[in-house]
Design a protein around this ligand. Structure first.
Ligand code: MLT
Length: 245
């Protein structure tokens, strides 16, 4: 098994894909996707383009859909909600298809959507990601951070480190990992340094600061809760994520 971490979608190789890709956007797209599916959403369908989201979602019955749109941390006009995981209560999302477009997270998913299996990871569902990998043992795995507009982000890298740390140190699988890139080692070091204080790390991240300026402290605290939600979002068709059973 080969394990690679890429800090942004732009840093991934362009000539091949892994057997399993894990898209990560801790603040907040993949945290919101996990929460929505855990609360009973039918599926989350992601778009990089807001207009396309509007066009496709219009064909869906109005009482069975929700439009989530975020740019720069704020809600997009014309959408039902922004991208806060705290909005995803069962009362709001149960049985609904969520049409989602966010600044970076949905682009990361699009970059890897042709991989054999595509799952999403966040701090809140780290354990479910690790359980999936240990039971399926894919030959090659990419953990792809969303970053922020092409730049490195602390929160996605610490999550990549949390997943890699668990895969490499806590499971018998560690002996099955034959190759890692340097980013795996660096991500694990970041996680080890901050594992007891993830809320503080997220507040120091540039997007954490952006969310704080938009009154997002409760979102940050929620996004930092390691292993708190037991759901695995998995792609069932390009761009459509459902809960893995
Ligand atoms: C993104 O995709 O860039 C994020 O999820 C932004 C956010 O809503 O916090």
């Amino acid at each position: 098994m080969k394990l690679f971490v890429y800090h942004t979608p732009e840093l991934t190789p362009t000539d091949h894909l892994p057997e399993c890709a894990i898209a990560v956007d801790v603040l907040r797209a993949t945290t919101t996707i996990a929460t929505a599916l855990d609360s009973g959403a039918e599926a989350v369908q992601v778009f990089s383009d807001i207009q396309k989201l509007m066009d496709v979602s219009t064909e869906w019955p109005e009482d069975q859909r929700l439009r989530f749109g975020e740019r720069g941390g704020a809600k997009v006009e014309g959408c039902d909600l922004g991208n806060s995981p705290l909005s995803c209560t069962p009362e709001v999302v149960k049985g609904k298809r969520i049409f989602m477009s966010t600044t970076n997270g949905t682009r990361a998913l699009q970059r890897v959507e042709a991989a054999k299996s595509v799952i999403t990871g966040a701090l809140i569902n780290r354990q479910s990601v690790v359980n999936y990998i240990t039971s399926h043992e894919p030959e090659s795995i990419w953990i792809v951070g969303s970053g922020w507009e092409g730049q490195f982000s602390l929160e996605d890298t610490v999550c990549a480190g949390a997943i890699a740390h668990s895969l490499l140190t806590e499971f018998p699988l560690s002996s099955a990992v034959s190759e890692v890139n340097d980013e795996v080692i660096a991500a694990i070091a970041l996680y080890r340094q901050w594992q007891e204080d993830l809320v503080e790390l997220l507040q120091q991240a540039s997007h954490g600061k952006r969310l704080l300026s938009l009154n997002g402290i409760e979102d940050i605290e929620y996004c930092a809760q390691l292993d708190s939600v037991h759901v695995l979002p998995i792609q069932k068709e390009p761009g459509v994520l459902v809960s893995h059973h």
